[in-house]
Ligand binder design. Sequence first.
Ligand code: ADP
Ligand code: MG
Length: 423
Amino acid sequence: MDTKDINLSAELKKYFGFSKFKGQQEQIITELLDGKDIFVLMPTGGGKSLCYQLPALISEGTAIVVSPLIALMKNQVDAVNGLSSDEGVAHVLNSSLNKTQTKQVMDDITAGKTKLLYVAPESLIKEEYVDFLKNVKISFVAIDEAHCISEWGHDFRPEYRNLKGIIDKIADVPVIALTATATPKVQDDIQKTLGMNNALVYKESFNRANLFYEIRPKVNVDKEIVRFINQHKGKSGIVYCLSRRKVEEFAQLLQVNGVNALPYHAGLDQKTRVLHQDKFLMEEADVIVATIAFGMGIDKPDVRFVIHYDIPKSLESYYQETGRAGRDGGEGYCLAFYDPKDIEKLEKFLAQKPVSEREIGLQLLNEVVGYAETSMSRRQYLLYYFGEIFDPVKGEGALMCDNSQNPPTLKDATKDLKKVLEM
Ligand code: ADP
Ligand code: MG
């Protein structure tokens, strides 16, 4: 497409009502419309969706959006359909549709009405869909949450690994891959698997300067969390636990202590999960106690704290989960409880896994231990892990962690720095 003739700012205003692009959105969209493959690494809340939604809306044909979660797709489809007065601008294609609904989707695509088609990778594999999509006009392919391709990411989905072959069968069009996970390992893995070594890479800083990071030893954890929440009465927060049982127990304990809390985990039936999630979003519940099943794609801007009852299994998970705090730019307190015994438990659990999975798991866990035990700036440590150099004195948010507020002795700090450099 000849992008010189398009006034992107006007299109942004027209569809989204925004007056300015965020970060590098405009360059990304321009290059995509120009036919380039693009790789976008941008933190959660950075505005990745718009990087494919806007170009899809103004391109001829249908953009295929690969996304891992049905719930996530539904939210996005509703949002996109709300942007336009035309019908069928966005659709989901998956096994939950009946015959009539599937036909409607295909008719809309054939008629050129549908600008965005959301599919899960396991649906895209289906031969009937591939055959259909081969014969219609595709504008480009967007792969959202692209870290799902990598075992080094925090949410590996085996179905994502075959995407390259399927896309090649469907159309020869530009591909845009997007993720909020930016460790060099994951980045490399994504580019290799998708054959995107020549893609233009857009990486934004992963520094979330408004988040405060604190790690406490896991002693009297129940009491500590109840006290913390009572000090933040009426504020929205998430408490992450590793097991469903702990989620149930701790949600109850909070309720007994007068906190308006609800549990969320994959063992609850669909109706209860949706109900609890909605109550949290509508502020009928202040706190959600959850396993990692909660949060992907949830855009509640005013979450004021994220507490990790148990330390997560990787720094990616930690970063993603803490990243749900302060999305509006306001205060976000990230408090995690660390007990080396929990690490031992996780190691034992990993010991039962196949070798490759075990090795990856152990390495990710080691990095978590390093972070939890460090006495250097947590922000510096975390950003180093994402391949960024952060100035712990002058960088944005430099004082926003426990260690920076109570500087360690010089000796400890030198020891830690050595550890990081060996990472
Ligand atoms: P990500 O997928 O990177 O986590 P989203 O695409 O969900 O982020 O966007 C996060 C928020 O930013 C959304 O509420 C979105 O509407 C908003 N947003 C995106 N682009 C802009 C923009 N140019 N101006 C204002 N708000 C924007
Ligand atoms: Mg997103």
